[in-house]
Design a protein around this ligand. Structure first.
Ligand code: CP3
Length: 345
C-alpha cells in the first residue's frame, strides 16, 4: 500500500495532486461544530470530552474531504497540564493566571502533565482507529504550541498586543527566561511523544507569535527551541514528519529551512511565492499560504489567489493550506468551493 498523499508530500515523493488541509478546519464557522460546542459546556470541556473532540475533528473531513485531520485541542492545554490555571472567557478568549518568574513555575509538577492530558491522547488513539475505517487516505496530525508562543500566554495571561511582560523578561533576563523555555521544550517533547505513541502520523509546532521577536530573539526563543523538540522527536520517531509554523518571520524562514530538522514549513501570506519556491522548497516541503480572509471573501479573488499558490509551488513538495486559521465569519460555501477545486487533479 502506498503512503497517504500528505505523508508522501512530506517525504518529498510525487503525488497525483497537492494534498490540502486548513488550519482551524474544525471550528465556529461550521454549524455542526457550534451544535456540539453548545452541548459541551466550555471550550476546554469540549477539548477533554473524548467522544465530542473526536466528532468535531471528523466534521470537516466529512464536509470537505481534506487530506489531513488535525487533532481537536488547543495549544494552551500544555500550561494547563503543567498546573497553571487556564480558562476561556466566553466571546473573549483565553485567560491564564500569569506567571512572573521561574519560581512560580517551580511550584508545578511536570510529571503530572501526561496524566492530566490523558484525554487528549485518548482522542488521538480513537481518531487513529476511526480514520483507518472511515477516511483511509487521511493523515492524522498532532500538534503543540512552540515554547515561545506558549510562553507569551503563560506570562501575559491572555492574548497580547505588545507582549510587554514576556519580551521584557526574554530581552532583560535571558538566563531565567531560558529556564522557562527549557521547561516547555521538555514538556512539549513528552506531550508530542505521547501523541505519536497514540497514533499521530505527523506533528506540527505552532509558533504563531514568532514575528513579535527581533532577529536574535527569533533564533534564540523560537527557532532553537523548535529545533530541539524536532531533533529529539526525530531520534525517537525517525519516520514521523515535523512541520514548523513560525509566523511572520519573513526571510528568516530561510534559517529554519536550513536547520535540517523540519520536514515542512507552514508559511504565512507575507512570504513571497517566488522566494519560497526558489530558496525554501529545495530544503523543505512548503505548506500554505492562502490568506484566510480570501476564504471569507470567496469568489474570483479566492480562486485566483489559490491557483497562484498552486502554480508557484506544485513542481516541488507542497501541501496547500492557509496562512493562519479559518475565522468564524467564513462562509461554509466558500470552504466548499475551495476544497472542490483543490481536490481536482
Ligand atoms: O482545527 C484545528 O486547527 C485544530 C484545533 C486548534 C485550535 N486551536 C482550536 C480552537 C488548533 C491547532 C489551535 C491552536 C492554537 N490555539 C494557536 C496556534 C494557531 C493560531 O491560531 O495562531 C493559538 C495561538 C491558540 C490559542 C487560542 N485558542 C486562542 C487565542 C483562542 C481564542 C480565539 C478564538 O478563536 O476564539 C483559542 C480558542 C480556540 N482554539 C477555538 C478553537 C476551535 C475557538 C473556541 C470556541 O469554540 O469558542
Amino acid at each position: 500500500m502506498t503512503d497517504k498523499p500528505l505523508l508522501r508530500a512530506l517525504k518529498r515523493q510525487t503525488v497525483e495532486r497537492p494534498p490540502f488541509w486548513f488550519m482551524r478546519q474544525a471550528g465556529r464557522y461550521m454549524p455542526e461544530y457550534r451544535a456540539v460546542r453548545a452541548d459541551a459546556g466550555g471550550f476546554l470541556d469540549l477539548c477533554f470530552n473524548v467522544d465530542k473532540a473526536v466528532e468535531v475533528t471528523k466534521q470537516p473531513l466529512r464536509a470537505f474531504g481534506m487530506d489531513a485531520a488535525i487533532l481537536f485541542s488547543d495549544i494552551l492545554v500544555v500550561p494547563l497540564g503543567l498546573g497553571q490555571k487556564v480558562w476561556f472567557e466566553e466571546g473573549e478568549g483565553p485567560r491564564l493566571e500569569p506567571i512572573a518568574s521561574v519560581d512560580d513555575l517551580e511550584a508545578y509538577d511536570p510529571t503530572a502533565l501526561k496524566q492530566r492530558l490523558s484525554p487528549v491522547f485518548e482522542v488521538v488513539s480513537r481518531l487513529s482507529k476511526e480514520l483507518a475505517e472511515e477516511f483511509e487516505q487521511t493523515a492524522l496530525i498532532g500538534f503543540a504550541g512552540a515554547p515561545w508562543t506558549v510562553a507569551t500566554y503563560m506570562v501575559e495571561g491572555r492574548s497580547s498586543r505588545n507582549y510587554e511582560n514576556v519580551k521584557q523578561w526574554a530581552y532583560g533576563d535571558p538566563a531565567s527566561f531560558g529556564r522557562l523555555i527549557d521547561r516547555l521544550v521538555e514538556s512539549t517533547i513528552d506531550y508530542l511523544s505521547a501523541q505519536i505513541e497514540a497514533g499521530a502520523e505527523v506533528v506540527q509546532l505552532f509558533d504563531s507569535w514568532a514575528g513579535a521577536l527581533d532577529e536574535a530573539g527569533q533564533e534564540r526563543w523560537s527557532f532553537a527551541p523548535m529545533a530541539e523538540i524536532a531533533q529529539s522527536l526525530k531520534q525517537r520517531y525517525p519516520h514521523v514528519p515535523v512541520i514548523a509554523f513560525a509566523r511572520q518571520v519573513g526571510c528568516n524562514t530561510l534559517k529554519l529551512a536550513k536547520m535540517g530538522c523540519f520536514d515542512a514549513l507552514s508559511l504565512d501570506h507575507t512570504v513571497s511565492l517566488a522566494f519560497a519556491r526558489d530558496q525554501l522548497q529545495p530544503h523543505v516541503c512548503l505548506q500554505g499560504n492562502l490568506d484566510p480572509l480570501m476564504v471569507v471573501t470567496g469568489g474570483d479573488a479566492m480562486v485566483r489567489a489559490a491557483d497562484e499558490i498552486r502554480q508557484a509551488w506544485c513542481d516541488g513538495p507542497f501541501i496547500f493550506n492557509l496562512s493562519h486559521g479559518l475565522i468564524p465569519p467564513t462562509p461554509v460555501a466558500h470552504v466548499d468551493e475551495l476544497s472542490r477545486r483543490l481536490r481536482q487533479v
